[in-house]
Design a protein around this ligand. Structure first.
Ligand SMILES: [Zn+2]
Length: 113
């Protein structure tokens, strides 16, 4: 996979996530207020709402990773380990496009724990 394909993929993913977030926002808004919901519809609606907020948080995390990665691509720093500054193994990047560290550094971090 070359860098342009990765970039395209990330930008596509970014658009999808933005859409999902706005869908979530719309559906959360259509829920009744929490205290009213509890009174009239029970805990199910509440849980559903909490679940959606959690999903939104997770999507925003991914969005952040995508933006950081796109920034790195722009600066020609994509695929470099943030620790040792060497290239991250292409295989690892295929599995984890947002990888910040190479396998070697990751192993070192794991061992330190
Ligand atoms: Zn490294």
């Amino acid at each position: 996979m070359n860098i342009n394909q990765i970039k395209d993929q990330l930008e596509e993913e970014r658009t999808k996530i933005l859409l999902e977030i706005s869908n979530l926002d719309t559906s959360v808004k259509s829920f009744p207020d929490a205290d009213i919901a509890e009174e009239f519809e029970g805990a199910d609606v509440m849980n559903n709402k909490i679940e959606r907020f959690k999903m939104r948080d997770e999507l925003e995390e991914v969005l952040k990773d995508i933006d950081i990665t796109l920034g790195k691509i722009k600066k020609n720093k994509y695929g470099l380990c943030e620790n040792c500054k060497l290239n991250i193994e292409p295989k690892r990047l295929e599995m984890y496009p947002f990888a910040k560290y190479c396998t070697k550094c990751m192993d070192n971090f794991e061992n330190e724990k």
